[in-house]
Design a protein around this ligand. Structure first.
Ligand code: MN3
Length: 203
């Protein structure tokens, strides 16, 4: 049996309309994410990596083949991405996380600006992140399917919010207008899920 499985999307393809269209969600989940899972299974099959958790693999990713880096990152990143969005999302983070955002970034608005800027200025394909590093919150971005768990990442920590800025995440609806996709995306953020991940990361 394959080690990794494509997780079901926790809502329907059209749940994030009008901010993210149903066709994009279907292709993104059923084809792109499925592709990362298949390629990851092929890359680890019959190797010592089958015995490790994905998190442990990512923490030592510089030791492993590039196919594991690209597809292991792709599987982890998309699994998190689906969880941190929901129908009728957006608004403000829950109390515990609000306090932490204010003390780390000054205000929720300045956090949003910093995160949006990280997402907009990532050249080519990649991800923007909010991470917990030794109790502190940091914002940054990574190229391709890298993520802040990887030993070779510039930004390090436990990711609690991630935004996919690959063109496949927005091109059908937004074409080249990545900033419009980013500002629309705040309307689907699942702050309950992000707060849960924040509290878990503090343990
Ligand atoms: Mn993607």
């Amino acid at each position: 049996m394959a080690k990794y499985e494509l997780p079901a999307l926790p809502y329907s393809f059209d749940a994030l309309e009008p901010y993210i269209d149903a066709m994009t969600m279907e292709i993104h989940h059923d084809r792109h994410h499925a592709g990362y899972v298949n390629n990851l299974n092929n890359a680890v099959s019959g190797t010592e990596l089958e015995k490790l958790s994905l998190e442990d693999v990512l923490k030592s990713i510089s030791k492993y083949p590039v196919a594991v880096r690209n597809n292991g990152g792709g599987h982890f990143n998309h699994s998190l991405f689906w969880q941190v969005m929901k129908k009728n999302g957006g608004g403000n983070p829950n109390a515990e996380l609000s306090k932490a955002i204010e003390s780390n970034f000054g205000s929720f608005d300045s956090f949003k600006e910093k995160f949006s800027n990280a997402a907009a200025t990532r050249f080519g394909s990649g991800w923007a992140w909010l991470v917990v590093n030794q109790g502190k919150l940091l914002v940054g971005s990574t190229p391709n399917q890298d993520n802040p768990l990887m030993d070779l990442s510039e930004i390090k920590g436990t990711p609690i919010l991630g935004l996919d800025v690959w063109e496949h995440a927005y091109y059908l609806k937004y074409q080249n207008k990545r900033p419009d996709y980013i500002s629309a995306w705040w309307n689907v953020v699942n702050w309950d899920a992000v707060t849960e991940k924040y509290l878990e990361a503090l343990k």
